[in-house]
Design a protein around this ligand. Sequence first.
Ligand code: ADP
Ligand code: MG
Length: 253
Amino acid sequence: MTNNEAIIEASGLRKSYGALEVLKGVDLNLKRGEVVALIGPSGSGKSTLIRCLNMMEQPSGGTIRFRGREIGRKFRDTGDKIGIGTLRRNVGMVFQHFNLFPHKTVLENVTEGPIVVCKTPKEQAEAEARELLAQVGLQDKHAAYPNHLSGGQKQRVAIARALAMKPDVLLLDEVTSALDPELVGEVLTVIRRLADEGMTMAIVTHEMAFAADVSDRVLFLDCGTIAAEGSANEIIRNPSNERLAAFVSRFNH
Ligand code: ADP
Ligand code: MG
């Protein structure tokens, strides 16, 4: 499903918090239509990496390009540079803890970005939101508030909300980790369908079987570096690297 258009290219990415060096020079490329799974032990820097890619965290070093243009917090949009406002409109994020607006209905959660950020007329934003909610199986929940939804439903709203911005890429950070086990499948099904439709995605997950199944490529992040990278067969199903094998074997698949 991929073509050769680079959506995100991170090169030599570094991030430190005080004396703690969390990312120690990470290279990551994501082409249009590609699904990359990011696996690794807790604390290895997966969230930091994902958050750097849309500048929720300011990298300490290295460069990130979005569709060929270098990203910078203080950059204005020019031919070869892009500021964070434009970046964030085009990069969708979904988090472990949903981060929905509790005082807004499901429909309002999904239309907020298009209406406020993209100035989409309300009627159009609502029509598109209804369509997206139908795609994630929540056509009957427009008027509900997040507190009245299950975790799996909340996460599907969060995915619809991210998609409402028509992003070029979705970054998913452990989106099923906070869910009861019986609700994980309904969220993975939605992500699987997005992958089949050609959505470009970087997915941080501990669901090894899902990662192996959905991804074109798997990156193993360990202590702030990409310690192994390859196909699902090389990285998850038949890991050669000892540390990787030990990590993967902790998950049943
Ligand atoms: P992962 O998502 O792989 O579990 P994280 O990227 O969340 O790992 O964290 C990597 C390391 O960076 C951890 O040691 C964590 O404590 C540290 N860290 C993350 N965010 C911050 C922060 N804002 N300030 C200080 N340390 C942080
Ligand atoms: Mg994390």
